[in-house]
Ligand binder design. Structure first.
Ligand SMILES: NC(=O)c1ccc[n+]([C@@H]2O[C@H](COP(=O)([O-])OP(=O)(O)OC[C@H]3O[C@@H](n4cnc5c(N)ncnc54)[C@H](O)[C@@H]3O)[C@@H](O)[C@H]2O)c1
Length: 249
């Protein structure tokens, strides 16, 4: 799967799944806009990619800020001449909390990043893809975008919205040769998850899929690459689980 000559924006790219997407997309030949709230982290990832011979530039972006999303797309156009694909991956979760105890500020912030953030990225990426005559957008949602999850109400609501906007964008943009899909990971072994593991617990205590292990960030990134590439040209509007078969029984 190659992306030679293609330009990709990856948000939430300073760590975890987004960073893995940067590695996989750069290895496939894409030029990358490394976008993250964490400016220093994004800069380090872009420098690491450039050291390996890839074309990469970083930008500080809060995806809940519309002007920042516009600037991110403008950078892709200015630096690399256009935009062909995007992985809208930036997202936040929250401490498990019963619905009746989630305060309004938490509802709002999770909504702003995980739902509005995807919508704002789409809003500014779509015109650039239209100018290019086609492309592919991958939104990183979650199993929480297609199923409920105890005590994760704000996250579940926002991720369901991300899947909904994916399906709607897929309908609207298909006539313009732009595909839009979502990826729905289960638990993935990112540094953030490893740091937040409750003391005395092992991941094997929490894993609830038949493989008995967590996913790895590169396994999600490989799915995003496939969706961005021309190996998936008839796949559109899907919300693809990548969770080891968590919901099979
Ligand atoms: N790790 C998992 O188990 C898992 C499971 C399902 C879905 N996901 C989803 O995958 C995506 C990536 O998760 P991860 O585990 O790699 O997270 P992570 O916390 O390791 O990395 C997320 C990155 O996003 C950045 N970010 C956070 N808020 C931002 C904002 N407002 N604007 C721009 N950047 C922002 C952070 O700085 C960080 O670099 C998220 O959307 C998450 O909901 C993760």
């Amino acid at each position: 799967m190659r992306l030679d000559g293609k330009v990709a924006i990856i948000t939430g790219a300073a760590a975890g799944i987004g960073e893995a997407c940067c590695d996989v997309f750069a290895a496939a030949g894409a030029a990358i806009v490394v976008a993250d709230y964490d400016e220093a982290g994004a800069h380090m990832v872009a420098r690491r990619l450039a050291d390996k011979g890839a074309s990469a530039v970083s930008i500080a972006v809060d995806v809940s800020d519309e002007q920042a999303c516009a600037d991110m797309v403008a950078l892709a156009v200015k630096r690399f001449g256009g935009l062909d694909c995007a992985v809208n991956n930036a997202g936040i979760a929250h401490t498990p909390t019963p619905i009746q105890e989630i305060d309004v500020a938490l509802w709002q912030r999770v909504w702003e990043v995980d739902a509005l953030g995807v919508a704002l990225c789409l809003k500014h990426e779509i015109p650039a893809l239209l100018k290019r005559g086609g492309g592919s957008i991958v939104n990183i949602a979650s199993g929480a975008g297609t199923h409920g999850a105890r005590h994760m109400g704000a996250y579940v609501a926002a991720k369901h919205a991300a899947v909904g906007i994916t399906r709607t964008a897929a309908i609207e943009l298909a006539p313009h040769r732009i595909r839009v899909n979502a990826v729905c990971p289960g638990l993935i072994a990112t540094a953030r998850n490893n740091q937040n593991l409750p003391t005395g617990m092992k991941w094997s205590d929490l894993v609830s899929n038949p493989t008995g292990r967590l996913g790895e960030p590169h396994e999600v990134a490989n799915m995003a690459l496939w969706l961005a590439s021309d190996r998936s040209t008839f796949v559109n509007g899907e919300a693809i689980a990548i969770d080891g078969g968590k919901y099979l029984s």
